[in-house]
Design a protein around this ligand. Structure first.
Ligand code: FPP
Length: 226
């Protein structure tokens, strides 16, 4: 089995989970935040080094303002609460995405959480927040150009990604039955294995996480070879 260092998850289905219970969409996101804690525990238990979670895409701004405001507050509140756990459990927090136009209060909290956990050596939790893969690639190309780089190679471009030290994810999970990448880690997914499950994100638990790892372990990765 190939080693599994980095798992990335597209957490989808919060809205449908809430709708099926006749609850507001935000209740689905709140239940989703609990599933985030379970996924982090499962990643730690299974000795995963990097866990990237797609928390808010650059396309999510087209949602109703009320839902966006609720999500931003939930992210802020979860961060405040979760930073304490991260400090105790040696978790390092990273963020991938564009800062603008995230609310100032959330940015301040993000900076604080990143700084307070920067020296930790356990799981790296990479929150993809206002993230879009095309935006990340354009950001890298512009930064490389500004630095005077010529004749770019893939290895050179990688140095300008949001986190050059982040290894490519060996496994990408998407919940809720959707089977799309939705502008997530397009470059880094070149050789990733994909695992799709009909389970809605708020119902995703340690067992589901381990099912995904088992499916990955059963696959043979050839990287274009034979
Ligand atoms: C997708 O479900 C989920 C999101 C757009 C947001 C993800 C956010 C969380 C899980 C909440 C908290 C996160 C952290 C990191 C604490 P959807 O709303 O697109 O669901 P639908 O497709 O059923 O409508």
């Amino acid at each position: 089995m190939s080693t599994l260092q980095h798992v990335a998850i597209i957490m989808d289905g919060n809205g449908r989970w809430a709708k099926s219970r006749h609850l507001p969409r935000l209740a689905g996101h709140k239940a989703g935040a609990k599933a985030v804690e379970r996924a982090i525990k499962a990643a730690q238990k299974n000795k995963i080094s990097f866990l990237t979670l797609y928390a808010f895409s650059s396309e999510n701004w087209s949602r109703p303002q009320e839902e966006i405001d609720g999500l931003m507050k939930l992210l802020s509140d979860s961060l405040i609460q979760y930073t304490q756990t991260a400090k105790k459990e040696n978790i390092r927090l990273w963020v991938s995405g564009e800062r603008d136009p995230l609310p100032a209060a959330l940015l301040t909290q993000l900076d604080q959480s990143v700084q307070e956990t920067a020296q930790n050596t356990g799981l790296t939790l990479n929150l993809a927040l206002n993230y879009g893969a095309r935006q990340e690639i354009i950001h890298a190309v512009n930064a490389a150009h500004a630095a005077g780089e010529k004749n770019l190679t893939p290895e050179m471009l990688r140095r300008y990604f949001y986190h050059p030290q982040l290894p490519d994810p060996e496994l990408i999970i998407r919940t809720s039955g959707e089977e799309r990448l939705s502008n997530f880690l397009l470059w880094q997914a070149a050789y990733s294995e994909f695992y799709f499950t009909p389970v809605l994100w708020p119902d995703f638990d340690e067992h589901e996480f381990e099912e995904a790892l088992a499916a990955y372990a059963a696959r043979q990765r050839r990287f274009g070879g034979i």
